[in-house]
Design a protein around this ligand. Structure first.
Ligand SMILES: [Zn+2]
Length: 131
């Protein structure tokens, strides 16, 4: 059985082998998120070229807009408030809470869906299952 692209992305696995982890540790924690330079399983260098993850900013921006719009509408519908301070505090808090998630998943979306140079090779995953 091979892992689907979405499952591999959600579990922060490497886009090439879908076995090795891209990040060390969990999304939320007290330690700074650290990314492996190379996949511990297949050796793929995640930063394909220098500054590659600048492109993840665009994905992160899309995530932030989606989160802010959804939470702004939810706040408006639930509270029916017109106080700008309520919206400022809810949205500012949401941006802080979602920041680690956005950092990790913007890079994972970039690696899994927006990197035509990185191709999934099921041989790595099959080899790891036979061990
Ligand atoms: Zn790998």
């Amino acid at each position: 059985m091979t892992t689907s692209r979405f499952t591999a992305m959600a579990q922060s696995k490497c886009p090439k082998c879908r076995v090795g982890k891209v990040f060390e540790g969990p999304v939320y924690g007290f330690k700074k998120q650290k990314m492996h330079e190379r996949c511990p399983h297949c050796g793929l260098k995640f930063e394909v070229e220098p500054g590659y993850f600048y492109a993840a900013m665009y994905v992160s921006y899309a995530f932030s807009v989606a989160e802010v719009v959804a939470l702004g509408l939810a706040t408006a519908m639930l509270t029916k408030s017109e106080s700008p301070w309520l919206y400022v505090s809810v949205l500012f808090g949401a941006i802080l809470i979602f920041a680690p998630f956005n950092l990790r998943y913007s890079r994972l979306v970039l690696l899994h869906y927006l990197s035509p140079k990185i191709v999934y090779n099921p041989a790595y995953e099959i080899a790891s299952e036979q061990k």
